[in-house]
Design a binder for this molecule. Structure first.
Ligand code: MN
Ligand code: MN
Length: 366
């Protein structure tokens, strides 16, 4: 339960005269309540009320888990044979009809909105809670930074397992399976996104699909992975070589590394998100590969693997202490080569500290 952020949310609600906030995105529910779950098609909802009658609403089979989480306020459940929306309406009405109910407009189906709207026809549903959630998530508390650090440590462990699994003829999927198998044996329940292990020209697709391509001599292998640990995500990319790389591969690697290090060096309070993107893009463009860096420099990270800020040219958001995001430049030349180097970090008073520590010097696996 993130009491500090719930208090900030309530302050915003008071200033907007919102009586009740309905949080529907499972990642955002986890962020505030400390209870993380994927409800699939069932209803999982967090109702934050200004009148101290907030509650978490879950499928009946999850009530016990939710009560054992760090959420300390009431948890109510519903059986599959019951109508969740009738129950929700009753629970809210116990304390009167809210005049103004804010919803997550970016994360609420029309069907669910209509059910709630139908139960409270006189309430004002015009307010969206999405912008304030994004704003609250931008600045991490020291406790959140600690959790992100721990998730980063596990990503370093995952890379080490992956590097060891590289042998001649090993398929991308086999290396990937080895990483996830070992992590699960060590207690990691889920990855923060589908693990990427890409080799040779497959690595030239930034979000490629690992398959049956085997590692060959003098090829690069790109790993992009992360875990969920205590509800917080990690995300790291390293590109390594199997046997001595070619001069061309080394050249591309050194350019991406220079871009990544210069952008990390530039991170400090006061610079803008767009300026950081331009630092890395400037390096890559100066070597003539600008057109092959075809995505933004980075994204925020927290309870979800992609959140604000977005490090993209033109974003004039000013970087502040406590923000957490990735720095992940890459060069992808179709059919030839792909290199990306990524760390996530938190902004300190004077600079930044990365959550992942695996070396960025080009590793040559023998
Ligand atoms: Mn990333
Ligand atoms: Mn990544």
């Amino acid at each position: 339960m993130n009491q500090e952020k719930i208090t900030e949310l309530k302050k915003w609600m008071a200033s907007e005269q919102i009586d009740l906030a309905y949080i529907s995105d499972p990642g955002h529910i986890a962020y505030f309540s400390g209870y993380k779950s994927d409800p699939h098609e069932r209803v999982l909802a967090l109702f934050i009320s200004l009148n101290n009658d907030s509650f978490l609403f879950t499928p009946a089979l999850e009530v016990e888990d939710a009560e054992n989480s760090s959420w300390t306020e009431p948890v109510y459940g519903y059986l599959d044979s019951e109508d969740p929306w009738e129950k929700i309406a009753q629970l809210i009405k116990k304390n009167g009809i809210p005049a103004k109910i804010a919803t997550e407009k970016e994360a609420l189906s029309v069907a669910r909105f209509e059910r709630l709207n139908h139960a409270f026809p006189s309430s004002d549903f015009s307010a969206s809670i999405t912008p304030i959630i994004e704003k609250l998530q931008l600045l991490k508390t020291p406790d959140e930074v600690t959790k992100l650090m721990e998730a980063g440590d596990w990503a370093d462990v995952a890379l080490e397992i992956g590097f060891k699994a590289i042998t001649e003829g090993a398929k991308e999927q086999e290396i990937l399976a080895e990483i996830e198998y070992q992590l699960k044996r060590q207690g990691i329940r889920s990855m923060s996104f589908d693990t990427l292990v890409l080799t040779g020209k497959n690595a030239a697709s930034p979000h490629g699909n690992p398959g049956s391509t085997a590692v060959a001599k003098h090829e690069l292998v790109l790993f992009d992975l992360g875990v969920v640990h205590n509800g917080y995500c990690s995300d790291v990319t390293r590109t390594v070589a199997y046997k001595e790389p070619t001069d061309f591969q080394k050249e591309i690697y050194s350019i991406v590394l220079e871009a990544q290090l210069k952008a990390m060096d530039a991170v400090k309070p006061g610079i803008t998100a767009g300026e950081l993107d331009e630092v890395a893009r400037g390096v890559i463009s100066s070597y003539g590969y600008g057109e092959y860096f075809n995505h933004r420099l980075g994204h925020g990270i927290g309870t979800t693997v992609h959140e604000y800020p977005s490090l993209v040219t033109g974003n004039d958001l000013v970087i502040e202490e406590g923000m957490c995001f990735s720095i992940e430049p890459g060069i992808y030349i179709p059919g030839k080569v792909g290199v990306r180097i990524e760390d996530c970090l938190h902004v300190t008073k004077t600079g930044c500290e990365a959550f992942t520590k695996t070396t960025k010097e080009l590793q040559i696996i023998e």
